[in-house]
Design a protein around this ligand. Structure first.
Ligand SMILES: Cc1cc2nc3c(=O)[nH]c(=O)nc-3n(C[C@H](O)[C@H](O)[C@H](O)COP(=O)(O)OP(=O)(O)OC[C@H]3O[C@@H](n4cnc5c(N)ncnc54)[C@H](O)[C@@H]3O)c2cc1C
Length: 366
């Protein structure tokens, strides 16, 4: 007997002009090969690099902080760190820098200073919030390290979502995540370790349109702007210094031990030409029905060209992002462009229109 496929009803959001909020352009720090997780001695300084997470910074963040922090603490170059009052610098106050500080405090370190050019309106605040290891370019032999880091990060967010983490109250929740295929999700290495197997389902939008998808029912949505707030609250409560300003060279800092969490800043700071910006467009949604937004979807459409003649990988995604201090009905974010080498002088604004078209087409609305 063949099992019948499960049908799930989803009431589509609305994408009329009155339902569309802020348009956001931001940049993923993508490092070809894999993110830079490693220790290096430069002159008198010992640098622990933790940058280049591409479109998966939130997916990997807590795990990569734990991994790189352990690399430094266990390094023969860092014997002084057995004294937990040794001064430590972190460059960058995006999610990677803040999770680095969080993990160091949890390990008992007490003399930490964060140096950052900017504290607000970072890619870390704007990111959509899907937990899935996508938009990276990892060498095949490095993938098991990335998988383990992602699985560690999943455990962290799962603890937050299930109210088992005293430091984070609201920033993550369990939400079904839908993809066209298991391969597209990047989540298969997590299955059997921290996630249950995906199911084949049909989404029925109640308007004659249905889509066959795979569902990970223990998917995780990370409410990124809210988590940034919770990370800052933790840092303030633990009296970690934050010094605002650009660092041009590691030897400007007085500390010997430096975590480099500068994201795209590492193109200059670490002279890293394998690190590239990947432009992404997002549109916040308004005036939706919050109870109808309990899911995440990511589907890919393939490559195209932007109006600036740049290569773009187009996708459509929708997540239940909700900004702190906004009305409950102003919920949801749609996106999905990946433009490698994108820059603010070529904003490719027509991509916003194509995201709205794709959103309507996906849900069978127009
Ligand atoms: C459109 C879009 C959607 C995304 N969606 C998701 C998602 O759904 N899930 C997911 O997992 N990830 C997502 N991401 C990826 C995620 O946002 C990034 O991987 C992550 O924000 C990178 O964090 P970061 O801390 O390395 O960098 P950033 O957030 O960019 O922070 C870098 C920090 O370093 C500082 N800095 C840089 N250079 C210097 C310097 N020389 N001196 C001092 N300070 C410096 C900056 O001022 C800043 O404080 C998305 C990204 C984009 C663009």
């Amino acid at each position: 007997m063949t099992e019948s496929i499960e049908i799930r009803k989803i009431v589509p959001p609305v994408f009329e002009p009155v339902n569309l909020g802020e348009r956001i352009l931001c940049y993923r720090p993508m490092k070809h090969g894999m993110p830079h997780f490693g220790i290096e001695q430069i002159g008198s300084k010992v640098i622990a690099h933790n940058y280049g997470h591409g479109g998966s910074g939130w997916t990997l963040g807590p795990g990569s902080a734990k991994y790189v922090n352990a690399l430094l603490i266990e390094s023969p170059l860092a014997k002084e760190l057995s004294d937990k009052t040794t001064p430590i610098a972190i460059i960058g106050a995006g999610l990677v820098g803040l999770f680095t500080a969080y993990d160091l405090v949890k390990r008992g370190y007490s003399n930490i200073t964060i140096y950052a050019e900017k504290l607000d309106s970072l890619a870390s605040h704007y990111a959509g919030g899907l937990l899935a290891p996508v938009s990276m370019d990892n060498d095949h032999e490095m993938q098991p390290i990335i998988d383990q880091i992602g699985i560690d990060a999943y455990r962290f967010y799962d603890g937050v979502a299930r109210n088992k983490n005293d430091d984070f109250k609201k920033g993550a929740r369990l939400v079904p995540s839908y993809f066209n295929s298991r391969k597209d999700s990047g989540l298969e290495p997590y299955v059997g370790k921290v996630m249950r197997p995906a199911k084949d389902v049909v989404l029925d939008f109640g308007n004659g349109t249905t889509r066959q998808m795979v569902a990970y029912d223990d998917g995780i949505f990370m409410n990124t702007a809210l988590l940034m707030g919770e990370l800052h609250d933790f840092i303030n409560a633990h009296h970690i210094n934050i010094v605002v300003g650009k660092i041009n060279a590691f030897d400007e800092l007085k500390e010997k031990f430096i975590f480099n969490c500068s994201g795209l800043g590492s193109i200059e700071l670490a002279n890293d030409s394998a690190l590239v910006p990947v432009q992404g467009h997002l549109i916040m949604l308004k005036n939706q029905v919050p109870d109808n937004m309990n899911y995440m979807i990511l589907v890919y459409f393939g490559m195209g060209k932007t109006e600036a003649d740049q290569n773009v990988e187009r996708s459509f995604y929708i997540f239940p992002k909700h900004l702190p201090d906004s009305a409950p009905q102003d919920i949801g974010v749609i996106g999905g462009t990946f433009i490698e080498g994108g820059s603010p002088d070529k904003p490719n604004n027509k991509e916003y229109d194509s995201i709205i078209e794709q959103a309507n087409a996906f849900f069978g609305l127009k």
